[in-house]
Design a protein around this ligand. Sequence first.
Ligand code: ATP
Length: 428
Amino acid sequence: MERTHISKLKEAVGKEVLIKGFVEAIRDQGKIKFLVIRDVTGQVQVVVKDSPALEKVEDLTLESVISLTGLAKEEAQAPGGFEIKATDFEVLSKADPELAIPVVYEKSGGEVDVSKRFDYRWLDMRRPEKQEILKVWTHLEKGFREFMLSQDFIQAYSPSFMTAPSESGSEVFEVSYFERKAYLAQSPQFYKQMAMAAGLEKIFMIGPVYRAEPSFTTRHVTEFTGWDLEFSYIKDHYDVMSMEEDMLIAAFTEAKEALDLDIEIPTKPFPKITMVEAKEKLKAAGVHSAKEHDVSPEEEREISRIIKEETGHDFVFLTDWHVSERPFYHMRHEDNPQLTKSFDLIYKGVEITTGAQREHRLEVLKEQALEKGMSLDSIAEYLKFFQYGCPPHGGAGIGPARIVMKLMDLPSIKEATFLPRDVKRLTP
Ligand code: ATP
């Protein structure tokens, strides 16, 4: 007999079915016993009576994996409206009677320690609402990829091992690489730009990014997935923002439709304010500002709240950052060289993207690097990309885990990450 997934039982009413999954609950009422079986598509109640299965239930343990046959029927009383009358079952893998963490919390009374949940992530992940997180990510990424393809972007992958850190700063992991030292990529930035110099015109990347951040926040991990895009012949950073708006609308729409999610699809155009305007608004709202040209996490939350109140929008672009807060390769405004053609995108109070038009003119690029106190030797490999012609271009780096966190209202980026890595955690 072919296996039926629990979500498909509706189509099998009146028939003998074979289901496979975890035993989520066992209720013993003497001559009748009830089981709840869970697979990746849902849960179903099973009634066991007058069958050889009845005795076997005695030895069954919670969270064991079983294969069960029975008659599928409608049952208004049962959760989901269906029930299976068991004929027999076989234990495929017996679970230890003492679970390291409970899979169903109600039974154990309250939440389990977060760290312990991550120690046993494979048990934690058995909960349907946890599995939903990865399903949402999957469909957001499908939407991202399909939108990129619809715009004729080409996908590329970039290496994680590098000879020099991809951005200046201390957040880089050093690894031993045969006789030498290598660094783990903090972003695919340089390679995306190399693709522009290669004439690929529009590229996107999905891959791991490493940051040796010693921070313990709800939005940083040391290894995360980056969605990156870069494209040529743009007018300015507004072209990049517009592309990201369309992409996010496509991704949200795909996830909403595929999973029947109750989420709001953002509308275009997203609100955009310059950093100067943002600072004015924050000041007017009485929000303390520690840095003139940067926004703290609190300021990100507050500006998001203000824009939400003013426009109803969950997203806001902060544009035209001061040169002091941006890397040397961000292009500057012709009429105000103190400002870069750059932006951050804030979603529900958290930064999810940094983007910019890049400086593609070698001489200007060198000047900007020197002005930042960098040695040209340290970026010699990168500078070469601009030596033989490179189209004007721009792009953005996006953190999907932060999007999923805010979209699903999760307390931390780790909850949105299958196997999070932070300062303390290297397992499982
Ligand atoms: P933050 O200021 O929040 O530390 P950042 O300015 O270092 O972020 P970028 O280098 O611009 O971030 O990276 C682009 C995007 O990658 C960010 O907008 C965010 O979505 C994501 N990102 C950056 N650092 C992390 C991290 N440590 N963990 C998870 N996602 C991250």
